[in-house]
Design a protein around this ligand. Structure first.
Ligand SMILES: Cc1cc2nc3c(=O)[nH]c(=O)nc-3n(C[C@H](O)[C@H](O)[C@H](O)COP(=O)(O)OP(=O)(O)OC[C@H]3O[C@@H](n4cnc5c(N)ncnc54)[C@H](O)[C@@H]3O)c2cc1C
Length: 503
């Protein structure tokens, strides 16, 4: 896909030609065991949002799937009745990807938590979609392996959600995002067929449909079983915490480390406000007076790690670090990570409300973007805390505000949107790891041309011609056309050619 500064002119996401969810409710009441179907209004409200609390929609029906067959039955019923469905794992997504459809079915996979196979010989594990990310590592670590993608939500998010979001995490700088660690997915297509994408072996011939599925945010079907690649636990791990006077110094140290050809397992940065929040929440004891800290972790063969770790310490000092703490053991390492891992939630200690943004920029633009972001926030009278994956330029600015102050929520929203514009101006993207979901669909035309978006829709329509899989996500919808680029008024050529029912 090419980027273009030309704004997309006229795009319309499939608005589902709705059938009646009553038909699906009656059918699934016959086909599913008691307890698998939630119809009670109060219980349905439990599922009205994901980790992004801003949007809330009560689903018409929830299926608590207990096996892959139930997922297939639910999707078939939706397909036959032309009713939309949305897959949900643990509901920790931060872009409203698992936001239900008011007239649709929410298919919840959180009860599917069996690790079906662990095979150290070919470094594979086969898991249900609802298995919690961290459980894969816990189950495989005794054999000397772990599952490398580690979102900060890894204690609660599901592998199915990771696949759908192509999730990242602190260690993805060296090990790559989820897509690098998935070799095969069994899925139910939006027509209700059960198919397998990819193979257990690497590099299947033909189009990379598995790669297309990973990161498709539940718009191409529901994953029912996932084969993941296991990574050998490293011989040695070294972690340090470096305090700097400013984010500029910390950014310069980051560039120097990467520029020297060292690929750390992680380089994470927190600015003064994020440190303040973490101290308030977990008393992590980061260096006093730091304007920024870096957490740098190296792993690999012992000799290599020791050699590079000495270089990293030197480079931190050369770029103004006034205090460096090296973790002596696993306990120390956990203490260093505690502040970083708790930072999102910790911000609640210093601000009643906040928006987590997720943009990515070329790492070389880090210092400029942070400076411009702070100027922007200052001009608009809100504060922005920064805690992010500095090594790969994945930013997570937290825009702080107080909903009880009239207008401040709107200002925070504007600043959050302006931060995305800033990322794009500097050659970045509207999302680094958290997906587009409901939240960022209106930003898509800023990044992609009309033709780009049409091409993506064609791929989507090849899987889901009726447009019932997680509609209203990723692509800008008519709902937003008042505020954003307009909608298509004539039928799309793909519709006229009979390639898609809606487009
Ligand atoms: C405190 C916190 C920290 C976080 N840190 C990170 C981080 O460091 N890196 C990162 O990348 N993300 C992070 N996230 C975001 C989130 O945890 C990830 O996106 C995660 O992968 C979502 O998993 P989930 O099971 O909660 O998915 P859900 O929120 O339930 O769903 C997410 C999307 O996946 C789809 N989906 C879910 N299951 C399936 C399935 N079986 N088949 C098809 N589609 C499916 C849904 O339709 C939806 O579009 C964080 C979130 C929180 C709350």
């Amino acid at each position: 896909m090419s980027n273009s500064s030309t704004p997309a002119s006229a795009r319309l996401v499939p608005e589902v030609g709705l059938g009646s969810v009553d038909v699906v409710r009656a059918r699934l009441a016959r086909e599913l065991p008691p307890g698998a179907l939630i119809t009670d209004r109060t219980r349905l409200r439990t599922y009205e949002c994901d980790g992004l609390l801003l949007y809330r929609v009560t689903p018409a029906l929830v299926v608590l799937a207990q096996d892959a067959d139930m997922i297939q039955r639910a999707v078939r019923a939706c397909s036959d009745a032309r009713v939309p469905f949305v897959a949900r794992g643990s509901g920790t997504g931060l872009s409203g990807g698992a936001l239900p459809h008011a007239d649709g079915v929410l298919i919840v996979t959180s009860q599917l938590r069996t690790i079906r196979e662990i095979s150290p010989d070919d470094q594979r594990a086969v898991v249900d979609p609802g298995v919690i990310n961290l459980q894969v590592s816990e189950a495989t670590r005794p054999g000397g392996y772990y599952f490398a993608p580690d979102p900060s939500s890894q204690q609660i998010c599901s592998v199915g959600g990771n696949v759908a979001e192509n999730s990242g995490g602190a260690h993805c700088l060296k090990y790559g995002f989820t897509t690098t660690h998935v070799t095969s997915v069994n899925m139910v297509t939006p027509q209700g067929d059960s198919i397998t994408l990819g193979t257990r072996a690497p590099d299947a011939p033909g189009y990379d449909l598995l790669g297309t599925f990973v990161g498709s945010e539940g718009t191409l079907g529901v994953a029912t079983e996932i084969t993941v690649r296991l990574t050998r636990s490293p011989e040695s791990v070294q972690t340090l915490l470096a305090g700097f006077r400013s984010t500029d110094d910390a950014g310069a140290a980051t560039s120097a480390i990467i520029g020297a050809g060292i690929v750390p397992a992680a380089i994470e940065m927190m600015d003064a406000l994020a440190i303040e929040a973490a101290e308030a929440a977990v008393a992590c004891g980061y260096p006093d007076g730091a304007g920024a800290v870096l957490v740098v972790e190296l792993d690999g063969p012992r000799e290599e790690v020791e050699h590079e770790f000495a270089q990293v310490q030197q480079m931190c000092q050369e770029h103004g670090s006034f205090e460096i703490r090296v973790a002596a053991d696993d306990e120390d390492r956990a203490a260093i990570w505690r502040g970083r891992k708790s930072a999102f939630a910790a911000v609640g200690r210093i601000s009643p409300d906040y928006i987590v943004q997720d943009g990515v920029i070329p790492r070389t633009a880090l210092a400029a973007v942070l400076r411009e972001m702070n100027e922007l926030a200052e001009r608009r009278g809100v504060r922005v805390a920064n805690v992010f994956h500095a090594g790969d330029g994945n930013l997570h600015p937290l825009v702080l505000f107080d909903e009880s102050i009239p207008g401040q929520g709107d200002t925070a929203e504007e600043v959050s949107g302006a931060i995305i514009d800033l990322c794009l101006e500097h050659g970045g993207s509207i999302t680094g790891e958290h997906g587009v979901g409901s939240d960022k669909a209106h930003h898509m035309p800023k990044m992609f041309t009309a033709d780009d978006l049409d091409t993506m829709q064609l791929v989507r329509c090849a899987f889901d011609p009726a447009g019932i899989a997680n509609p209203g996500k990723i692509y800008p919808t008519p709902r937003l056309c008042g505020e954003r680029p307009g909608k298509r008024t004539e039928p799309h050529p793909a519709q006229l050619a009979g390639q898609a029912e809606v487009f």
